[in-house]
Design a protein around this ligand. Structure first.
Ligand SMILES: CC(C)(COP(=O)(O)OP(=O)(O)OC[C@H]1O[C@@H](n2cnc3c(N)ncnc32)[C@H](O)[C@@H]1OP(=O)(O)O)[C@@H](O)C(=O)NCCC(=O)NCCS
Length: 175
């Protein structure tokens, strides 16, 4: 089922809310992305059930998901959208899909909940992710500040090679 009000500036794609039926596809896209921490299939199903409001899915003409952005409003700062994972299938990369997903999601959250700040973490080696969030900030006239949120030592020994997770905070410039 295609979500009502789904639109997209990208030809032949629509962007809309997540649905529970998308959970397995989001897991498949995350698994194929190569760069994301892959969570359990169950967690993507749960996400699509409980955080559909703050998640956006890009679909091709047949309705099949080709990219997604998952996010949530921080319980202690409900006007802050934390962007958790963004992934786009290889075949659709480099065409603006991830940027369009972020634009659509933040516009929806701003309209439905109010939005003051967008946060995400980026590992230093992930150039595409760094460019994605900087480019989003530029489009929206926002500034990016960065600080390490989770250093490698915060991760369990079994994940000792984890790069630091650097928190990007994207907000309108201070007046
Ligand atoms: C990161 C990712 C989501 C970008 O998706 P995308 O649809 O190709 O991105 P877009 O086409 O919207 O590009 C957004 C910006 O990033 C830049 N960019 C995208 N891929 C890039 C790459 N591989 N190297 C350098 N810059 C890149 C684009 O040039 C664009 O910047 P611009 O607006 O200044 O030109 C995609 O590469 C991906 O799924 N990667 C694996 C998962 C991942 O690492 N997710 C991010 C961490 S949560």
């Amino acid at each position: 089922m295609t979500t009502a009000h789904a639109t997209s500036p990208i030809k032949d794609l629509t962007i809309g809310r997540a649905e529970v039926a998308d959970g397995a596809e989001l897991w498949r896209i995350a698994r194929g992305s190569g760069d994301l921490d892959l969570n359990s299939p169950y967690s993507y199903l749960l996400w699509c059930r409980d955080f559909a409001d703050t998640t956006a899915v890009a679909r091709d003409a047949s309705g099949r998901p080709v990219g997604f952005v998952t996010g949530y409003l921080r319980p202690e700062a409900p006007r802050t959208l934390f962007v958790w994972q963004v992934a786009v299938e290889d075949s659709h990369r480099g065409t603006g899909v991830a940027g369009a997903l972020l634009d659509a999601l933040s516009a929806r959250v701003a309209a439905e909940h109010g939005l003051s700040l967008v946060e995400a973490t980026v590992t230093p080696g992930n150039v595409a992710s760094d460019r994605l969030f900087r480019s989003y900030a530029r489009r929206h006239g926002a500034v990016v500040t960065r600080e390490v949120l989770f250093p490698p030592a915060a991760f369990p020994p079994a994940d000792a090679s984890h790069e630091p997770e650097v928190l990007y905070r994207i907000a309108p410039p201070a007046r």
